[in-house]
Ligand binder design. Sequence first.
Ligand SMILES: [Zn+2]
Length: 278
Amino acid sequence: MSNIKLLGTGCPSPSYKRFGPSTLIQIGKKNYLFDAGSGVSQRLNQSNIKSSEVEALFITHMHSDHIIDIYQLYISGWHQGRIEPFKIIGPVGIREFFETQLQAFQEELEGRKNWEARPNKLGLDYVILEIDKNYTFSNDEVKITPFEVDHKPVDPAYGFKIEFSDKGEDKKIIISGDTRKSKKLIKESLNANALVHEVFVSLEFDNKRMTKETIKNVSDYHTNPNEVGEVAAEANVEKLILTHFVPPVFDKSKLKAVVSEKYKGELIIGEDLLNIEI
Ligand SMILES: [Zn+2]
């Protein structure tokens, strides 16, 4: 059995309905988490999964909306009894980011460790792998490989390809990360069972918050509804699952109509806590 659980389908703008970007892939009994957006441990809790039950955390890129709750995930997993080291797999820079957070909390954490005397001391150990596009994660059940997408000036930015076999059938799930329309992503997604893709819906101009250049630049390093339809059609994916909605509130039927002009397969407008069996 394999599932895609959308834990957070939002973006940096706060929304109580759409938490920060995080997607969980369950294969067999194992949980693979992609990005740690704001509220990820609460959404795991709503899904009856402990932070301590996450096999590994994969990070697509170093934007705050994707990494903001790494420390919370680390600590909540320890509180929930993790006995294995916390495992992070992500781009160059993730080690310094995480260790700087550890340093900022060092005094607090030392005090807590000494006072609370929890038995699972090893749960505070961690393993960080800074990867490049040649990395492969694999075990008996799954192979997970990163590929470069285009979210420049953020570089590197990765999408992930998750390949496994279910009752003798080969399956493939793609996570886009944040990207412009990407040829590389289309190639990697070819005939995938599911493509979980970001989308930039629109931004209303508000001169107190942004200039025309802000809107142009934000939209320019994401994928718009028309393009995401093209990507899914060109890659001939079985299911297109949209997530990372910018902004988090938008007209769903309009979005569906635009994407469906290009893509005729199964289109799912993601929601937090939506579970999709693959
Ligand atoms: Zn983002």
